[in-house]
Design a protein around this ligand. Structure first.
Ligand SMILES: [Zn+2]
Length: 373
Protein backbone atom coordinates (compact mmCIF):
# COMPACT_ATOMS: atom_id res chain seq x y z
CA UNK A 1 0.00 0.00 0.00
CA UNK A 2 1.42 3.37 -1.03
CA UNK A 3 -0.23 5.32 1.77
CA UNK A 4 -0.95 3.98 5.20
CA UNK A 5 -1.51 5.39 8.66
CA UNK A 6 -0.27 3.23 11.51
CA UNK A 7 -1.60 4.13 14.92
CA UNK A 8 1.06 3.02 17.42
CA UNK A 9 -0.34 4.22 20.69
CA UNK A 10 -3.20 6.09 22.28
CA UNK A 11 -2.49 8.22 25.35
CA UNK A 12 -4.04 6.81 28.53
CA UNK A 13 -5.87 9.92 29.72
CA UNK A 14 -6.37 12.20 26.66
CA UNK A 15 -7.35 11.62 23.01
CA UNK A 16 -3.73 12.13 21.89
CA UNK A 17 -2.45 9.60 19.36
CA UNK A 18 1.05 8.49 18.36
CA UNK A 19 1.34 7.22 14.82
CA UNK A 20 3.17 7.27 11.53
CA UNK A 21 1.87 8.18 8.09
CA UNK A 22 3.61 6.26 5.30
CA UNK A 23 3.97 8.03 1.94
CA UNK A 24 5.95 7.37 -1.28
CA UNK A 25 8.49 10.00 -0.15
CA UNK A 26 8.95 8.73 3.38
CA UNK A 27 7.33 8.47 6.77
CA UNK A 28 5.70 11.25 8.74
CA UNK A 29 5.81 10.76 12.49
CA UNK A 30 2.65 12.02 14.18
CA UNK A 31 1.73 14.23 15.87
CA UNK A 32 3.69 16.31 13.39
CA UNK A 33 4.06 19.87 12.17
CA UNK A 34 4.46 20.86 8.50
CA UNK A 35 6.34 24.09 7.74
CA UNK A 36 4.60 26.12 5.04
CA UNK A 37 6.39 26.63 1.75
CA UNK A 38 3.84 28.93 0.17
CA UNK A 39 5.56 29.59 -3.14
CA UNK A 40 7.76 26.50 -3.29
CA UNK A 41 10.01 27.83 -0.54
CA UNK A 42 9.80 28.03 3.22
CA UNK A 43 10.47 31.75 3.33
CA UNK A 44 14.10 32.61 3.98
CA UNK A 45 15.18 29.06 4.77
CA UNK A 46 17.08 26.68 2.47
CA UNK A 47 15.65 23.22 1.97
CA UNK A 48 18.58 21.61 3.82
CA UNK A 49 17.98 23.92 6.76
CA UNK A 50 14.27 22.95 6.75
CA UNK A 51 15.33 19.29 6.97
CA UNK A 52 17.75 20.10 9.81
CA UNK A 53 14.91 21.55 11.90
CA UNK A 54 13.48 18.01 12.03
CA UNK A 55 10.51 18.53 9.67
CA UNK A 56 9.23 15.37 7.96
CA UNK A 57 6.70 16.91 5.58
CA UNK A 58 6.21 20.38 4.12
CA UNK A 59 3.27 22.20 2.56
CA UNK A 60 2.90 24.05 -0.72
CA UNK A 61 0.08 26.43 -1.66
CA UNK A 62 -1.76 25.47 -4.83
CA UNK A 63 -3.23 28.94 -5.30
CA UNK A 64 0.14 30.69 -5.28
CA UNK A 65 1.97 28.04 -7.31
CA UNK A 66 -0.82 27.86 -9.90
CA UNK A 67 -0.57 31.62 -10.49
CA UNK A 68 3.21 31.77 -10.35
CA UNK A 69 5.19 30.03 -11.80
CA UNK A 70 2.12 28.05 -12.99
CA UNK A 71 1.37 24.33 -12.66
CA UNK A 72 2.75 23.58 -16.13
CA UNK A 73 6.06 25.29 -15.29
CA UNK A 74 6.35 23.29 -12.06
CA UNK A 75 5.55 20.11 -14.01
CA UNK A 76 8.24 20.89 -16.61
CA UNK A 77 10.74 21.57 -13.80
CA UNK A 78 10.08 18.01 -12.63
CA UNK A 79 7.29 18.61 -10.12
CA UNK A 80 7.47 20.20 -6.67
CA UNK A 81 9.93 17.64 -5.27
CA UNK A 82 12.50 18.09 -8.04
CA UNK A 83 11.95 21.84 -8.26
CA UNK A 84 12.45 22.46 -4.54
CA UNK A 85 14.87 19.57 -3.87
CA UNK A 86 12.73 18.49 -0.92
CA UNK A 87 12.96 14.69 -0.89
CA UNK A 88 10.36 14.15 1.81
CA UNK A 89 6.57 14.16 1.60
CA UNK A 90 4.77 17.30 0.42
CA UNK A 91 1.16 18.29 1.00
CA UNK A 92 -0.58 20.84 -1.20
CA UNK A 93 -3.76 22.66 -0.24
CA UNK A 94 -6.57 22.98 -2.78
CA UNK A 95 -6.38 26.72 -3.30
CA UNK A 96 -9.83 27.14 -1.78
CA UNK A 97 -8.80 28.92 1.38
CA UNK A 98 -6.84 31.61 -0.48
CA UNK A 99 -9.56 32.09 -3.10
CA UNK A 100 -12.29 32.49 -0.52
CA UNK A 101 -10.13 34.89 1.50
CA UNK A 102 -10.07 37.26 -1.47
CA UNK A 103 -13.26 39.06 -0.63
CA UNK A 104 -15.08 40.78 -3.46
CA UNK A 105 -13.09 39.24 -6.25
CA UNK A 106 -14.63 35.79 -6.43
CA UNK A 107 -17.91 34.35 -7.65
CA UNK A 108 -19.03 31.02 -6.26
CA UNK A 109 -21.38 28.59 -7.96
CA UNK A 110 -22.01 24.86 -7.75
CA UNK A 111 -19.53 24.43 -10.58
CA UNK A 112 -16.68 26.12 -8.74
CA UNK A 113 -15.26 29.53 -8.06
CA UNK A 114 -14.15 32.23 -10.46
CA UNK A 115 -11.55 34.64 -9.14
CA UNK A 116 -9.19 37.33 -10.29
CA UNK A 117 -5.46 36.73 -10.05
CA UNK A 118 -3.92 39.10 -7.50
CA UNK A 119 -0.89 39.23 -9.80
CA UNK A 120 -2.28 40.31 -13.18
CA UNK A 121 -6.05 40.52 -12.70
CA UNK A 122 -6.77 37.60 -15.06
CA UNK A 123 -10.03 35.70 -14.46
CA UNK A 124 -9.36 32.15 -13.33
CA UNK A 125 -11.78 29.22 -12.88
CA UNK A 126 -11.14 26.95 -9.96
CA UNK A 127 -13.37 23.87 -9.98
CA UNK A 128 -12.86 20.72 -7.91
CA UNK A 129 -11.59 18.95 -11.03
CA UNK A 130 -9.22 21.78 -11.89
CA UNK A 131 -7.81 21.84 -8.37
CA UNK A 132 -7.08 18.09 -8.62
CA UNK A 133 -5.48 18.57 -12.05
CA UNK A 134 -3.20 21.34 -10.74
CA UNK A 135 -2.18 19.35 -7.67
CA UNK A 136 -1.45 16.31 -9.83
CA UNK A 137 0.81 18.48 -12.01
CA UNK A 138 2.54 19.78 -8.88
CA UNK A 139 3.08 16.16 -7.85
CA UNK A 140 2.50 16.48 -4.12
CA UNK A 141 2.12 13.32 -2.01
CA UNK A 142 -1.06 14.59 -0.39
CA UNK A 143 -3.61 16.73 -2.22
CA UNK A 144 -6.46 18.48 -0.46
CA UNK A 145 -9.98 18.48 -1.88
CA UNK A 146 -11.47 21.83 -2.88
CA UNK A 147 -13.83 22.99 -0.16
CA UNK A 148 -16.14 25.97 0.26
CA UNK A 149 -14.68 28.09 3.05
CA UNK A 150 -16.84 30.81 4.58
CA UNK A 151 -16.02 33.62 6.96
CA UNK A 152 -17.30 33.24 10.52
CA UNK A 153 -19.61 34.16 12.09
CA UNK A 154 -22.19 33.28 9.44
CA UNK A 155 -25.89 32.38 9.29
CA UNK A 156 -26.55 28.70 9.96
CA UNK A 157 -28.14 28.39 6.50
CA UNK A 158 -24.92 29.67 4.91
CA UNK A 159 -22.81 27.28 6.97
CA UNK A 160 -25.06 24.36 5.93
CA UNK A 161 -24.91 25.34 2.26
CA UNK A 162 -21.10 25.62 2.27
CA UNK A 163 -20.78 22.34 4.17
CA UNK A 164 -23.07 20.42 1.81
CA UNK A 165 -21.30 21.89 -1.21
CA UNK A 166 -17.93 20.92 0.30
CA UNK A 167 -19.13 17.30 0.54
CA UNK A 168 -20.29 17.31 -3.11
CA UNK A 169 -17.00 18.88 -4.19
CA UNK A 170 -15.04 16.27 -2.17
CA UNK A 171 -16.81 13.56 -4.20
CA UNK A 172 -15.97 15.35 -7.46
CA UNK A 173 -12.30 15.60 -6.41
CA UNK A 174 -12.28 11.91 -5.54
CA UNK A 175 -13.75 11.04 -8.95
CA UNK A 176 -11.27 13.30 -10.78
CA UNK A 177 -8.10 11.87 -9.19
CA UNK A 178 -5.84 9.82 -11.49
CA UNK A 179 -2.51 9.49 -9.65
CA UNK A 180 -1.99 6.40 -7.49
CA UNK A 181 1.03 8.07 -5.87
CA UNK A 182 -1.05 10.95 -4.53
CA UNK A 183 -3.43 10.64 -1.58
CA UNK A 184 -6.42 12.94 -1.21
CA UNK A 185 -7.50 14.28 2.17
CA UNK A 186 -11.11 15.38 2.61
CA UNK A 187 -11.92 18.52 4.61
CA UNK A 188 -14.56 18.72 7.31
CA UNK A 189 -16.50 21.99 7.33
CA UNK A 190 -19.50 23.09 9.41
CA UNK A 191 -18.46 26.32 11.09
CA UNK A 192 -18.70 26.42 14.87
CA UNK A 193 -21.71 24.07 14.92
CA UNK A 194 -20.81 20.73 16.52
CA UNK A 195 -23.81 18.94 15.02
CA UNK A 196 -22.90 20.06 11.48
CA UNK A 197 -19.25 19.15 12.00
CA UNK A 198 -20.20 15.62 13.10
CA UNK A 199 -22.59 15.27 10.16
CA UNK A 200 -19.94 16.44 7.68
CA UNK A 201 -17.25 14.20 9.23
CA UNK A 202 -19.56 11.17 9.10
CA UNK A 203 -20.52 11.72 5.46
CA UNK A 204 -16.90 12.19 4.40
CA UNK A 205 -15.79 9.20 6.50
CA UNK A 206 -18.21 7.03 4.52
CA UNK A 207 -16.36 8.04 1.34
CA UNK A 208 -13.16 6.39 2.57
CA UNK A 209 -10.51 9.05 2.02
CA UNK A 210 -6.89 8.21 3.05
CA UNK A 211 -6.92 11.16 5.45
CA UNK A 212 -9.14 13.88 6.89
CA UNK A 213 -8.67 17.53 7.68
CA UNK A 214 -10.58 19.87 9.93
CA UNK A 215 -10.91 23.08 7.94
CA UNK A 216 -12.43 26.50 8.35
CA UNK A 217 -10.91 27.08 11.78
CA UNK A 218 -8.22 29.48 12.97
CA UNK A 219 -10.04 32.23 11.10
CA UNK A 220 -10.42 34.58 14.04
CA UNK A 221 -12.59 32.55 16.43
CA UNK A 222 -11.53 32.23 20.10
CA UNK A 223 -9.10 29.36 20.76
CA UNK A 224 -11.68 27.72 23.06
CA UNK A 225 -14.15 27.61 20.15
CA UNK A 226 -11.55 25.91 17.97
CA UNK A 227 -10.77 23.38 20.73
CA UNK A 228 -14.51 22.69 21.21
CA UNK A 229 -15.07 22.03 17.50
CA UNK A 230 -11.94 19.89 17.22
CA UNK A 231 -13.02 17.82 20.23
CA UNK A 232 -16.47 17.30 18.70
CA UNK A 233 -15.17 16.45 15.21
CA UNK A 234 -12.36 13.98 15.92
CA UNK A 235 -14.54 11.16 17.34
CA UNK A 236 -16.62 11.23 14.12
CA UNK A 237 -13.52 10.59 11.98
CA UNK A 238 -12.09 7.14 11.26
CA UNK A 239 -9.64 5.94 13.89
CA UNK A 240 -7.20 4.53 11.32
CA UNK A 241 -6.74 7.67 9.18
CA UNK A 242 -4.59 10.75 9.87
CA UNK A 243 -6.35 13.92 11.08
CA UNK A 244 -5.00 17.29 10.02
CA UNK A 245 -6.01 20.61 11.57
CA UNK A 246 -5.45 23.17 8.82
CA UNK A 247 -3.63 26.44 9.40
CA UNK A 248 -3.08 25.94 13.15
CA UNK A 249 -1.33 27.51 14.91
CA UNK A 250 0.36 28.73 18.07
CA UNK A 251 2.41 26.13 19.99
CA UNK A 252 -0.33 26.05 22.66
CA UNK A 253 -2.96 25.36 19.95
CA UNK A 254 -0.93 22.44 18.64
CA UNK A 255 -0.70 20.60 21.94
CA UNK A 256 -4.28 21.46 22.99
CA UNK A 257 -5.45 19.99 19.66
CA UNK A 258 -3.23 16.91 19.99
CA UNK A 259 -5.03 16.28 23.28
CA UNK A 260 -8.29 16.24 21.30
CA UNK A 261 -7.09 13.77 18.67
CA UNK A 262 -5.31 15.77 15.93
CA UNK A 263 -2.22 14.29 14.20
CA UNK A 264 -0.99 16.93 11.73
CA UNK A 265 -0.63 20.71 11.61
CA UNK A 266 0.65 23.45 9.34
CA UNK A 267 1.06 27.15 9.97
CA UNK A 268 3.06 30.13 8.75
CA UNK A 269 3.47 31.31 12.34
CA UNK A 270 7.05 30.12 13.02
CA UNK A 271 8.43 31.78 9.88
CA UNK A 272 6.15 34.83 9.81
CA UNK A 273 6.79 35.59 13.47
CA UNK A 274 10.49 34.89 12.99
CA UNK A 275 10.65 37.46 10.21
CA UNK A 276 8.97 39.94 12.53
CA UNK A 277 11.48 39.41 15.33
CA UNK A 278 9.46 37.14 17.58
CA UNK A 279 11.15 33.98 18.84
CA UNK A 280 9.35 31.09 20.56
CA UNK A 281 11.09 29.52 23.53
CA UNK A 282 10.15 27.06 26.24
CA UNK A 283 9.71 29.91 28.67
CA UNK A 284 7.45 31.98 26.42
CA UNK A 285 8.18 34.22 23.47
CA UNK A 286 10.91 36.81 23.05
CA UNK A 287 10.66 40.08 21.13
CA UNK A 288 14.23 40.30 19.99
CA UNK A 289 14.10 43.99 19.04
CA UNK A 290 13.43 45.01 22.64
CA UNK A 291 16.18 47.12 24.22
CA UNK A 292 16.43 44.68 27.12
CA UNK A 293 18.36 42.29 24.82
CA UNK A 294 20.99 44.84 23.81
CA UNK A 295 23.81 43.54 26.00
CA UNK A 296 22.42 40.04 26.45
CA UNK A 297 25.10 37.43 25.81
CA UNK A 298 22.74 34.43 26.20
CA UNK A 299 21.34 32.54 23.20
CA UNK A 300 17.57 32.43 22.63
CA UNK A 301 17.62 28.97 24.24
CA UNK A 302 20.72 27.40 25.76
CA UNK A 303 19.92 23.84 24.63
CA UNK A 304 18.73 24.63 21.09
CA UNK A 305 20.95 23.17 18.33
CA UNK A 306 19.83 25.69 15.68
CA UNK A 307 22.23 28.17 13.98
CA UNK A 308 20.49 31.15 15.64
CA UNK A 309 21.31 29.81 19.08
CA UNK A 310 25.05 29.86 18.33
CA UNK A 311 24.68 33.63 18.67
CA UNK A 312 23.82 35.95 21.53
CA UNK A 313 20.46 37.66 21.85
CA UNK A 314 22.39 40.92 21.66
CA UNK A 315 23.77 40.02 18.23
CA UNK A 316 20.37 38.84 16.95
CA UNK A 317 18.82 42.10 18.16
CA UNK A 318 21.54 44.04 16.35
CA UNK A 319 20.76 42.19 13.07
CA UNK A 320 17.07 43.17 13.33
CA UNK A 321 17.76 46.77 14.31
CA UNK A 322 20.25 47.11 11.43
CA UNK A 323 17.79 45.57 8.98
CA UNK A 324 20.14 42.71 8.08
CA UNK A 325 18.40 39.82 6.30
CA UNK A 326 20.23 37.27 8.45
CA UNK A 327 18.12 38.25 11.47
CA UNK A 328 14.76 37.12 10.00
CA UNK A 329 16.45 34.02 8.54
CA UNK A 330 17.93 32.94 11.86
CA UNK A 331 14.74 33.54 13.85
CA UNK A 332 12.70 31.62 11.24
CA UNK A 333 15.04 28.65 11.60
CA UNK A 334 14.94 28.87 15.39
CA UNK A 335 11.14 28.93 15.44
CA UNK A 336 10.86 25.98 13.03
CA UNK A 337 13.33 24.09 15.23
CA UNK A 338 11.26 24.97 18.31
CA UNK A 339 8.02 23.72 16.71
CA UNK A 340 9.65 20.43 15.73
CA UNK A 341 11.04 20.00 19.24
CA UNK A 342 7.59 20.54 20.74
CA UNK A 343 6.22 17.87 18.39
CA UNK A 344 9.06 15.47 19.27
CA UNK A 345 8.44 15.97 23.00
CA UNK A 346 4.72 15.56 22.35
CA UNK A 347 5.27 12.20 20.67
CA UNK A 348 7.52 11.02 23.51
CA UNK A 349 5.00 12.13 26.15
CA UNK A 350 2.20 10.20 24.41
CA UNK A 351 4.39 7.09 24.25
CA UNK A 352 4.92 7.35 28.01
CA UNK A 353 1.17 7.90 28.64
CA UNK A 354 2.09 11.22 30.21
CA UNK A 355 0.56 13.63 27.73
CA UNK A 356 -1.84 15.22 30.23
CA UNK A 357 0.96 16.23 32.60
CA UNK A 358 3.13 17.31 29.64
CA UNK A 359 0.32 19.58 28.42
CA UNK A 360 -0.12 21.08 31.87
CA UNK A 361 3.62 21.71 32.27
CA UNK A 362 3.87 23.40 28.86
CA UNK A 363 0.84 25.60 29.55
CA UNK A 364 2.44 26.72 32.79
CA UNK A 365 5.85 27.34 31.16
CA UNK A 366 4.34 29.27 28.24
CA UNK A 367 2.12 31.42 30.47
CA UNK A 368 -1.26 29.79 29.74
CA UNK A 369 -1.76 28.22 33.18
CA UNK A 370 -5.17 29.84 33.69
CA UNK A 371 -6.56 29.30 30.21
CA UNK A 372 -9.50 26.98 29.70
CA UNK A 373 -9.04 23.66 28.09
ZN1 LIG B 1 17.50 28.01 18.38
Amino acid sequence: MTFEFKLHHRDASTSARRGVFLTPHGDVQTPGFMPVGTQGTVKGVTIDQVAQTGAHMILGNTYHLALRPGAETVRRLGGLHAMTRWDGPILTDSGGFQVFSLKGINKISEEGVVFRSHIDGALIDLTPEHSVEIQEALGSDVAMVLDHVIALPALRSEVVEAMERSIRWAKRCQDAATRADQAQFAIVQGGLDEELRVQCASELAAMNFPGYAVGGLSVGEAPEEMYRITAATCPALPENKPRYLMGVGRPIDLIESVARGIDLFDCVMPTRNGRNGLAFTDTGHIKIRNAVHRYDTQPLEPDCPCPACRHSRGYLRHLFVAGEMLGPILLSIHNLTFYQRVMRETRAAIERDEFASFLLAKKKAWGFADSAG
